[in-house]
Design a protein around this ligand. Structure first.
Ligand code: TXA
Ligand code: MG
Length: 348
């Protein structure tokens, strides 16, 4: 076992916190069976205690075999440690998308701490794909509760350096697993109301509704969750993932009026982000642009870079970030969701 993993295990066993790389974003991990370790997550993040945490688990010991029945049995055995009612749908989704960027909400097993679930009878479970996370989970031998490793309401970290920025003291041991490949948080699918609602997506992510419907086959039931009795998801607060700098989303067709506003305002320096090549600040005659960014029309690349870009722009201390609306299309939905929330919560 690498020294860094051994040190992380020692910290976790002693009830401490570890910055854990995953393929989505870095997590702030603690032993899911240790109440005081869980409490440390909430106090370090400044997160309200009613907000549930995702439990991360290792993939089955048998590796990923082609024997579908053996895999299904292996997932059932693992999930039964966390959920009192493992539905066939949960097993199908585990086989299709784990390890990977999908979190399932399931009825919790008795032993799962209410501190982890925010007092609810359901638990969020995810098997991450990142090799460092898998190695850590396997060697640790239990579940790791981990929210994104950022202060409450702020931008999720996608590099080890970001985690160190969020938690500068020595209270968190950070494992460096390089930049995250997906870059935005996992899809959360609620499987606790299958009979009445089907598989309900609570937070969009890299695993899309169509991908889930494709394997579970309940398209007619799957719909965006709007009911008042829905489980709490802090990532669904309208202001979340936010930079400190004001972030304004603009439509390409309104670029001229934004231009007039900026040039006639007392904004001394702005950041200008766009997809359309003909929206270059120079061609538009936009003044006071401290930083211009041309993004590729490729959703995976933008998802991977988005949070690092927002952090970078935030650190420039510009007066305002102008960000062109994302292109249409479902492949942009998860990023659109995060950027919209970042805009609502920005400038505070
Ligand atoms: O990609 C991810 O999911 C990352 C990495 C580290 O795994 N984790 C993450 O955790 O984004 P966090 O805590 O920042 O966001 C998890 C969301 C929260 O909004 C929480 O409310 C929701 O999942 N959640 C967790 N357990 C839940 C439950 N039992 N019912 C409903 N929502 C739940
Ligand atoms: Mg978060």
């Amino acid at each position: 076992m690498p020294d860094s993993i051994q040190r992380a295990i020692d910290v976790l066993k002693a009830g401490g916190l570890v910055g854990m790389p995953t393929e989505t974003v870095y997590g702030l991990a603690a032993d899911a069976s240790n109440v005081s370790a869980i409490n440390k997550i909430f106090s370090s993040k400044g997160r309200p205690s009613g907000h549930p945490l995702i439990v991360h688990i290792a993939q089955p010991d048998i590796g990923l075999s082609n024997d579908q029945q053996a895999m299904s049995n292996a997932w059932r055995e693992i999930l039964s440690q966390w959920s009192r009612d493992v539905s066939p749908e949960a097993l199908i989704l585990a086989q299709a998308f784990w390890p990977g960027p999908l979190t399932m909400i399931l009825p919790k097993a008795k032993n799962v701490l209410l501190e982890v679930t925010g007092g609810q009878e359901t638990v969020g479970i995810r098997c991450p794909k990142h090799p460092v996370a898998q190695n850590l989970l396997k060697e640790f031998g239990g579940g790791l509760a981990a929210p994104s490793a950022n202060r409450f309401g702020r931008i999720s970290p996608t590099t080890a350096e970001h985690v160190r920025e969020e938690f500068p003291g020595d209270e968190v041991l950070v494992l460096d697993g390089g930049p995250c490949d997906v870059g935005i948080e996992s899809t959360i699918v609620d499987l606790t109301r299958l009979d009445t609602h089907g598989a309900v997506i609570l937070r969009p992510g890299a695993i899309t509704q169509a991908m889930i419907d494709g394997v579970v086959g309940k398209t007619e039931f799957t719909k965006q969750n709007t009911s008042a009795s829905a489980p709490r998801v802090s990532g669904s607060l309208s202001a979340h993932y936010a930079p400190k700098t004001k972030l304004v989303l603009y439509d390409a067709k309104d670029a001229e009026s934004v231009l007039a506003q900026v040039n006639n305002s007392d904004l001394e320096n702005v950041a200008w982000v766009h997809f359309a090549k003909d929206l270059s600040a120079k061609d538009l005659g936009l003044k006071n642009v401290a930083k211009e960014v041309l993004l590729p029309l490729e959703s995976n690349a933008v998802g991977r870079e988005l949070y690092a870009l927002l952090r970078h722009l935030d650190a420039l201390n510009v007066n305002c970030i102008f960000f062109e609306q994302l292109p249409d299309g479902v492949e942009w939905d998860a990023i659109r969701d995060r950027l919209g929330r970042a805009s609502v919560g920005s400038g505070m």
